[in-house]
Design a protein around this ligand. Structure first.
Ligand code: ATP
Ligand code: MG
Length: 346
C-alpha cells in the first residue's frame, strides 16, 4: 500500500558506462513497486571527475553518511595518474567489512539448475590489507616479493556473526566456513577457530561445517547444491564469489552488497561495460537484484519478493531476455516488461 509508508532515503549513484541506463530501469521499476525508496541522486566515478575534478565528491560522501544506504552503478577509475579505486575508497571510508554475493539460478538451461547460495566475504582484512613489498636483496633475476596478511579475532568474529545472522534473517539452513587452516595455521586458523565459536551460539537454528578452500572449490563444481551460506576470508572469498557467479550464468545477473557498521552499499558485480554503453544492450538485472537485496536489508521482504518474481517470470522465456542471456530485448523494453508484470500482479 504505497503512500501510507514512509519512504526510505537512499543515495543513488548512476555511475559510468552502462550505469545511467540500468539505473533508469531501476527507478522506473521501483516506481511501479510503490516507491519504497526516496532516491538522492549523486555523482561518482569518471563522470563526476569530468564535472568536478573529483572521482568521489564530498557531496556524495555526505549523502551516504546521512542515508547510510546507497545503490551504486558501476564506476570507472581512470587507469594511470595514480587514482585510487573509488570502490576501495568507499569500502575504507564506510568500513564495509562484509561483501555479500548471492548466486541463484534464474535463467533455465544454464550450466547448473536450481543453484541458490550466498558467499559472505570478509572485506577489510586478510591478504588484502596492503603490506606488500619487494625485498631489496639482489639483482632483478633474483627478485623477491613479500606480502603479509592480517586477520584479527575481532574481524573474524564480526564477519562470522554477520554470516550467521544473515542465515537466520534469510531463512537459510547452513553456514560453511571456508579456510586453509591446514597450511596457513595462524592466519586462517584464527578465522576458523573464531567462526566455529560464533557458530556454536547459533547451534539451535543454523547448522555449520567447514571446508578447506581447495576442496570447497572442487565441491562447488561437483555438487554445488550441498552449500547454502559460505563465509570466508578476503582472498578466498574474492575467488569463490566469482566462481559461484559462474555457476549461474554470469555478470549480467550477479548482485552484491557491501555492509558496514554505519552504511550499506549495494551494486551490480559487473563493471561499466563501455563497449555496449548507450546502445540499449545492457542487462539491468544485476542492479535490480542488488536493489532487491537492499529492500531485504531494510526488512522490505514483499518488495524484494515481488521484484524477484517479476524478473523470474520475465526471463523465463527467451522473449524476455536481453542479448547477454540469449535474447533480443533492449534495456528499456526489458524494464517495460517487468513493470507490466508488477502492475498485472497488483
Ligand atoms: P570496467 O572497466 O568498469 O570493469 P568492463 O568492460 O571490464 O568495465 P565488465 O563488467 O567487467 O566491464 O564486463 C565485461 C563485459 O561483459 C562487458 O564488456 C560487457 O560486454 C559484458 N557485460 C557486463 N555487464 C553487463 C550487463 N549488465 N549487461 C550486458 N553485458 C554486460
Ligand atoms: Mg571489468
Amino acid at each position: 500500500n504505497p503512500g501510507t509508508q514512509q519512504q526510505i532515503p537512499v543515495t543513488l549513484i548512476p555511475g559510468d558506462g552502462i550505469g545511467p541506463e540500468i539505473v533508469d530501469v531501476v527507478e522506473r521499476v521501483f516506481d511501479a513497486l510503490g516507491n519504497p525508496f526516496a532516491w538522492d541522486k549523486q555523482q561518482a566515478g569518471l563522470n563526476a571527475f569530468e564535472k568536478s575534478g573529483d572521482l568521489l565528491p564530498e557531496t556524495t560522501l555526505s549523502s551516504i553518511r546521512q542515508t547510510g544506504l546507497a545503490l551504486k552503478g558501476p564506476l570507472t577509475t581512470p587507469i594511470g595518474g595514480g587514482f585510487r579505486s573509488v570502490n576501495v575508497r568507499l569500502r575504507e571510508t564506510f568500513q564495509l567489512y562484509a561483501n555479500v554475493r548471492p548466486a541463484r539460478t534464474i535463467v533455465p538451461g544454464g550450466r547448473y539448475e536450481k543453484i541458490d547460495l550466498v558467499m559472505v566475504r570478509e572485506n577489510l582484512e586478510g591478504l588484502y590489507v596492503g603490506h606488500e613489498h619487494y625485498v631489496p636483496i639482489g639483482d632483478d633475476a633474483h627478485a623477491v616479493a613479500m606480502a603479509t596478511g592480517i586477520n584479527t579475532r575481532a574481524g573474524s568474529r564480526r564477519i562470522a556473526k554477520f554470516a550467521f545472522d544473515y542465515a537466520v534473517r534469510n531463512n537459510r539452513k547452513k553456514v560453511t566456513i571456508v579456510h586453509k587452516a591446514n597450511v596457513l595455521k595462524a592466519l586462517t586458523g584464527l578465522f576458523l577457530e573464531t567462526a566455529k565459536q560464533v557458530g556454536l551460539n547459533y547451534a539451535d537454528q543454523i547448522e555449520f561445517n567447514d571446508r578447506i578452500v581447495d576442496a570447497c572449490a572442487m565441491q562447488l563444481v561437483l555438487n554445488p547444491w550441498q552449500f547454502d551460506v559460505l563465509v570466508s576470508t578476503n582472498l578466498f572469498g574474492d575467488i569463490l564469489s566469482d566462481q559461484i557467479a559462474g555457476l549461474v550464468g554470469g555478470l549480467g545477473m550477479a548482485p552484491g552488497a557491501n555492509i558496514g557498521e554505519g552504511a550499506a552499499i549495494f551494486e551490480a558485480v559487473h563493471g561499466s561495460a563501455p563497449d555496449i554503453a548507450g546502445q540499449g544492450l545492457a542487462n539491468p538485472t544485476a542492479l535490480l537484484l542488488a536493489a532487491a537485496l537492499m529492500a531485504e536489508h531494510k526488512g522490505l521482504h514483499k518488495v524484494a519478493r515481488d521484484l524477484r518474481d517479476a524478473i523470474d517470470a520475465t526471463v523465463a522465456t527467451v522473449d524476455g531476455r536481453t542479448a547477454d542471456i540469449g535474447g533480443k530485448v533492449s534495456t528499456s523494453k526489458y524494464g517495460d516488461l517487468l513493470i507490466e508484470r508488477i502492475r498485472d500482479k497488483k
